[in-house]
Design a protein. Structure first.
Length: 95
């Protein structure tokens, strides 16, 4: 399982760093076979649990991430699959 890279200091500003963290969280969850807890993700990304939780809640709201009701752990959501299917059709990729 690949390790996440910590958020880098950049001159692109906080808005870009916010989007960057959300996208890296999506990539991490999509690459994991198991659901991951917010504390583990916060440690991996060297971010506060509150920050990671906030990103995850927004991603859950939009269907990109799923939170297991029993364990409160997170995994990639169905919307990632739907987007992938749309792209596959767009680029005429054979299944």
């Amino acid at each position: 399982m690949p390790k996440a890279t910590p958020l880098r200091e950049t001159d692109r500003g906080p808005a870009t760093e916010t989007v960057d963290l959300s996208l890296r969280l999506l990539e991490r969850l999509a690459s994991s076979r198991e659901a991951i807890g917010v504390s583990d993700l916060a440690r991996e990304f060297e971010a506060s649990k509150a920050t990671v939780y906030s990103h995850l809640r927004a991603l859950v709201l939009h269907g990109f991430v799923h939170q297991d009701a029993a364990t409160a752990r997170y995994s990639a959501g169905i919307k990632l699959f739907v987007l992938g299917e749309r792209l596959r059709e767009r680029f005429d990729i054979l299944a």
